[in-house]
Each structure stands twice: as structure tokens, then as C-alpha cells.
Design a protein around this ligand. Structure first.
Ligand SMILES: *Cc1c(COP(=O)(O)O)cnc(C)c1O
Length: 421
């Protein structure tokens, strides 16, 4: 396949877009990118409403307005803790998944460095971190930074199925391993990792166990005791909650240093005035997500499997990425050989369909997905990868329309020789 030239790419896309327009039969947009973000649940919006104008106080203030906000904040914290089977004091609010991941990784690393400071460490092995090749960049980038600055990092393979083998974790463990960070469910291919199993084998090791559970809240059990994790990242934007809010569960006793320094909020672990409306929204969103996870899983799984079955049968050279069973019930990630995923996205957009090439964070670069490459697939698979992530409002009627539209789009794209199959 010739190397893609950006200008040529865009001119082709523009040409194709002019070729023919058609609106969805349902007369609205079809949103299939819930792994990137979700709209706000009406019930969440309602729960947040009083805290914008009416109950606006600073939770650190001593008077009535402050006490009201404090109460809302602590209620939310208690309710979130309940959903995760833990204690309120083990929850630190942050501004989202990225910040929670950074706090987990740098927080542990700083604590290690602090302990080492002043000690003669010559001849002692560098502290060691274990993670996987297909983590979200919010985990990978901090690990890569630490890998260049005084830490050793092991990036575990995930195999063609996109699932970490606990035995590989065990084999990689060293006496100097200080942190293991493995995501609960992958954001691109949706594969679910054996967190509880890994938690069990880390029980007798001093390494801190972190999991990024941003994609899991709507479908999986978040009981931190059962999972055996010490740190867990969650955010609002993937569970029909507000954006720009997240939390880090930090088990009592885990040595963690703050990344930001300032006031005394969040037990000094995350200074700054708390985002009370968003925190209230996050608590409501998680409660709803966990209450509805079983019924919603059954519903979207049926749509998912229907989609996968038809798309792989009816469009030639289309392959599912990641294990077919051990994946989030709402995730479909396919490679369409001979086309650029971006072209498919832009074309489908013209037909009223929103989906993505995997990670929204890399959509502005033409770098192929590190997740698809980590599955050991050739680059053509990464270039042609498209992710459809289902959500609460999606219907079978929509899926049928998407499949028919996709067929036409792929046919058209493949007929353009520049992309040659
Ligand atoms: C979305 C996401 C993040 C980043 O969360 P933000 O709230 O956007 O900072 C981190 N990890 C995973 C797995 C995600 O899906």
C-alpha cells in the first residue's frame, strides 16, 4: 500500500463525500462512539441541577452554603464507595481518567523516590513497573516517561486475543517491582482483562496494583475487594455522567504522593476547590450504571453479536479485532482491509453515523493504532480499523442501517485504486 499523503487523502474524501448523500431512515444521527464519550443521562443532569446556582458554596467554607456543598460532596463520596465495595476515605476526586491514571502512576513513583531519597542506592536495581502494550495513553505515557527517568518498565504482550496472561505478569514480577498497571477493559477493542486473577497473584507481593476501569463501569463489577486492586481509575464521561470528573480509588495504606500541591482538599492528595456538581453527577451516574449493568449488557450484547455476525459475513475481508467473547458487550472493532479507517469514519459521518478509528486521542494523527498493532496484526489491519461502541439508545433498526451503509462505503473506497486492496 502506498504511503498516504494527507492532501491526496483529503481530496479523495471530499470527492467521495460529494458522490451521494442520504440521511438515516430514522431521521437522526446514529451515535456509535460511546467508548469515546457518552451524553449525560437525564437523571444525572437532574441530580446535578441544584449545585450550579442554588447550592454553589465552597465545601471548605464553614457557613451554611459551605456546609451544604460539603454534605453533597461527602454523600457522593459515600455512595461511590458503596458501589465499589469500599470506604469513603479511599476515594480521591480528580478531573478525569487521565488525571487519575497519572496520579496512580506518578503518585506511586514519587513515593518510591521519596523513600529512596537519602539512602545510598548504588548497586541497587532500579524500581520496576509492569504494564501492558495496549494501555490507554494516559497510562502508557507516564510509564514511558518513568522508563526514561530512573525506572525499568516491562510492557506485557497481549496476544492476538488482546488479553493479558496472568502467568506473564507472574513471570515478570521482580523483588523490585513497585507497580503493576493493567486496564480492566481496553478502550479500543473492548477486551476484558483477568484483573481478579492478577490481583490474587499479587496479594503477597509488595507491588501496588492499579487498574484503569474507565470503560468498565457500565458493564462490569467494580468491587475492589473481589478484584484485589489497590488503585482504580474511573471517570464520568464514559458512563453517562459529566465530563472532566473522575476518581482514583486508593486503598488505605498504599503509599501515594500527590502530584499537585496546594490546599488540603482530598486529604491533600488533590488540592483545589472540588467540582461539586460534577462529583454529584459522577455518583448518580455510577449508581445508575451499576444498577442497570446486567440488563444493559444483555441488550447491547445481542446487538453487538448481530453486528459482528453480519459485518464479517457480508463484507469481504473484514475481521474482528480482539477476543469475540471476553469483550465488553458494547464493543465492535473490525479491520476492513484495503481501506483507511479514517476514510470510513468521514464517509459514515456524511450518512449520519458517528463511530471512530479507536482512540479519539489519536484521531488527529495518522499514526496507526498501537492497540491493533499490539495484537500482532499487520499494519493494514491497524490502518483499516474501525470501532463501533454501542450505548443505551441504539436499536436494531439503526444497526441494520449502519450495516447497509457500511457495505456501500467500503465498496466505494475499495474501488479507488490509491488504496488498493
Ligand atoms: C477515556 C479514557 C481515559 C481518559 O479519561 P479522561 O476522562 O478523558 O481523561 C483513560 N483510560 C481509558 C481506558 C479511557 O477509556
Amino acid at each position: 500500500m502506498p504511503k498516504l499523503n494527507f492532501a491526496v487523502f483529503w481530496s479523495i474524501v471530499t470527492l467521495m463525500k460529494k458522490a451521494g448523500k442520504q440521511t438515516p431512515p430514522v431521521g437522526k444521527r446514529i451515535y456509535l462512539d460511546h467508548a469515546a464519550t457518552t451524553y449525560l443521562d437525564e437523571r444525572v443532569k437532574e441530580a446535578m441541577e441544584p449545585y450550579w446556582i442554588e447550592k454553589f458554596g465552597n465545601p471548605s467554607a464553614l457557613y451554611k452554603e459551605g456546609r451544604e456543598a460539603r454534605q453533597a460532596l461527602e454523600n457522593a463520596r459515600g455512595n461511590l464507595a458503596k458501589e465499589m465495595g469500599t470506604r469513603a476515605e479511599e476515594i480521591i476526586f480528580t478531573n478525569g481518567g487521565t488525571e487519575s491514571d497519572n496520579l496512580a502512576i506518578f503518585g506511586v513513583a514519587y513515593a518510591v523516590l521519596k523513600e529512596k531519597a537519602g539512602k545510598n542506592s548504588s548497586g541497587v536495581s532500579l524500581p520496576h513497573i509492569i504494564t501492558t502494550k495496549f494501555e490507554h495513553h494516559a497510562v502508557l505515557s507516564p510509564c514511558e516517561f518513568l522508563g526514561k527517568n530512573g525506572f525499568n518498565v516491562t510492557y506485557l504482550e497481549v496476544g492476538e486475543e488482546g488479553i493479558v496472561n496472568p502467568k506473564d505478569v507472574e513471570k515478570s514480577l521482580r523483588p523490585e517491582t513497585v507497580l503493576v498497571s493493567i486496564m480492566y477493559a481496553n478502550n479500543e477493542v473492548g477486551t476484558i482483562q483477568p484483573i481478579a486473577e492478577i490481583g490474587k497473584l499479587l496479594k503477597n507481593h509488595k507491588a501496588v496494583f492499579h487498574t484503569d476501569a474507565c470503560q468498565a463501569a457500565g458493564y462490569l463489577d467494580l468491587d475492589v475487594e473481589k478484584l484485589g486492586v489497590d488503585l482504580m481509575t474511573l471517570n464520568g464521561s464514559k458512563m453517562y455522567g459529566p465530563k472532566g470528573i473522575g476518581l482514583l480509588y486508593a486503598k488505605r495504606g498504599v503509599k501515594l504522593e500527590p502530584m499537585l500541591r496546594g490546599g488540603q482538599q482530598e486529604r491533600r492528595m488533590r488540592p483545589g476547590t472540588e467540582n461539586v456538581p460534577a462529583i454529584v453527577g459522577l455518583a448518580e451516574a455510577l449508581k445508575i450504571a451499576q444498577t442497570e449493568k446486567e440488563s444493559e449488557s444483555v441488550r447491547v450484547k445481542e446487538l453487538r453479536d448481530y453486528f459482528i455476525k453480519r459485518v464479517t459475513a457480508e463484507i469481504p475481508k473484514v475481521f474482528l479485532n480482539g477476543d469475540a467473547e471476553k469483550r465488553l458487550p458494547n464493543n465492535i472493532n473490525i479491520s476492513v482491509l484495503g481501506v483507511e479507517g479514517e476514510a470510513v469514519i468521514l464517509y459514515l459521518d456524511e450518512y449520519g453515523i458517528a463511530c471512530s478509528t479507536g482512540s479519539a486521542c489519536t484521531s488527529e494523527s495518522f499514526e496507526p493504532s498501537h492497540v491493533i498493532l499490539s495484537l500482532g496484526k499487520p499494519r493494514a489491519y491497524a490502518h483499516g480499523s474501525v470501532r463501533f461502541s454501542l450505548g443505551k439508545r441504539n436499536t436494531k433498526e439503526e444497526i441494520d442501517y449502519v450495516l447497509e451503509t457500511l457495505k456501500g462505503v467500503v465498496e466505494k473506497l475499495r474501488s479507488i485504486s490509491a488504496f488498493g486492496v
